[in-house]
Design a protein. Structure first.
Length: 424
């Protein structure tokens, strides 16, 4: 088994003999075996142990066991104490999630301090099988079918090539004891129920279920790069970027639902929302979908993505007096200075706002004007206006008001120039 682990480490280039490897050690069977195996293989190691004080005397027992083990084996050890309950309450998360966050945050801190190669943790084939089932139960894309990787984000898993039974056999052979976390025997956690109830039932159908599920993850790992390459090509075809996707090529694609899923995968939208978005591509514009972090607008020809709760972006506008009208464009507006009787102010558009568009005599609602110029709902919500007193003198970036125009009687001219284009 040890030789298989050595070959697995080398084949996946998990870490090398040169440089320090940090090892997360809880005191349980898996992490104890990992620590001893890496030491036997000649790697330079340092143990890390977390005491979350969640199981009263049991937590202190685990710390004492790990400390004694590392002392006997002459392995450097760092121990960190946490108040996981307080962290969970402060961040409104479960105790399990709090412990995980605190553990890995500290692991990465030590990684930076020591310039170690990585942090080795003791997940094995059984854990891989549980992870795959857990992902399936919760709902997953293709990446979730790959389970845990041998090395990712500096977290190394050199035991993914062996089973829990092999780990226990190894510990029995070397006559090494370990501690048992009593919470692993409770059925409240979903992962525990998978391990204690579901996997045994699957094993009754397929006695080799652990290896079967683990091998499935390995196959998916090798397949994902080809999938991602194809997805990137599809995203390129629909001219996707962080803010938008073109609808026409999406409608022509046979993979619209997958493309939308991949484009939005980190934005918090649900699978049902993704399906609804794909089904709505040919419908009228204006529909908006929301996740906790983002909003998605189905515009005429585009799907437009916007982050929620971001600060309003006001354009930077320079005001100056000029002798004549020179350059023109949507980012520049000219006004008769003698008609400007109050300081020019700026705000976003409101319902009922109106102006008299340049060259016209009658009033027009700002909302109607923006519809005419095919502004999106997001653009309408964040449209900036320039005002003189209560009068709207410029729909910034668009059209100025006819009442304040430069005419043949104008003696002095005010020029407003956008120096930083407004981003919606």
């Amino acid at each position: 088994m040890i030789e298989r682990i050595r070959k697995y480490i080398e084949a996946h280039q998990i870490f090398s003999q040169d440089g320090l490897v940090l090892v997360g050690v809880s005191g349980g069977a898996d992490s104890v075996a990992l620590l001893l195996i890496l030491k036997d293989l000649g790697y330079q190691i340092q143990a890390l142990h977390c005491n979350f004080h969640l199981r009263q005397e049991e937590s202190d027992r685990d710390e004492q066991f790990v400390s004694e083990l590392c002392r006997k084996k002459n392995i450097p050890l760092q121990v960190k104490h946490f108040d996981a309950k307080e962290y969970a309450a402060r961040n409104s998360i479960s105790i399990e999630m709090a412990a995980r966050d605190l553990r890995y945050k500290w692991f990465y801190e030590v990684l930076a301090q020591t310039s170690a190669q990585c942090i080795a943790v003791a997940h094995h084939k059984n854990d891989q099988a549980e992870t795959l089932l857990l992902n399936l139960i919760r709902g997953t894309g293709i990446r979730g079918l790959a389970g845990m990787y041998p090395i990712r984000n500096k977290i190394a898993r050199p035991l993914l090539c062996v089973t829990r039974e092999e780990v226990m056999d190894y510990l029995a052979q070397v006559k090494q004891d370990y501690v048992t976390d009593s919470t692993n025997l409770e059925r409240e956690a979903t992962r525990n129920r998978i391990r204690m109830d579901i996997l045994p039932q699957l094993a009754a159908i397929n006695p080799n279920i652990i290896n079967t599920l683990s091998e499935t993850c390995s196959i998916m790992m090798t397949s994902i790069p080809f999938y991602e390459q194809a997805i990137q090509e599809e995203l390129k075809q629909v001219k996707a970027n962080d803010a938008e996707v073109n609808i026409r090529p999406l409608l022509e694609s046979k993979n619209a639902a997958v493309i939308i899923y991949e484009w939005l995968k980190d934005k918090g939208f649900t699978n049902s929302q993704n399906e609804e978005i794909a089904d709505s591509l040919g419908s009228t514009s204006g529909k908006i979908w929301e996740s906790k972090t983002h909003r998605l607008l189905k515009d005429r020809s585009r799907l437009i993505l916007q982050e929620k709760n971001r600060d309003a972006i006001m354009p930077q506008i320079i005001q100056e007096e000029v002798d004549s009208i020179s350059e023109t464009g949507p980012n520049i507006a000219y006004f008769d200075k003698d008609k400007i009787t109050s300081p020019i102010t700026y705000r976003t558009a409101r319902e009922g706002d109106w102006f008299i568009p340049f060259g016209m005599k009658g009033k027009k609602l700002i909302s109607d004007y923006l519809t005419d110029v095919k502004a999106t709902r997001f653009e309408k919500e964040s449209q900036v206006l320039a005002l003189c007193g209560e009068d709207i003198i410029w729909v910034v970036g668009h059209r100025s008001d006819n009442r304040y125009r430069v005419d043949k009687n104008t003696k002095r001219i005010v020029k407003l120039t956008i120096t930083k284009t407004k981003t919606f």
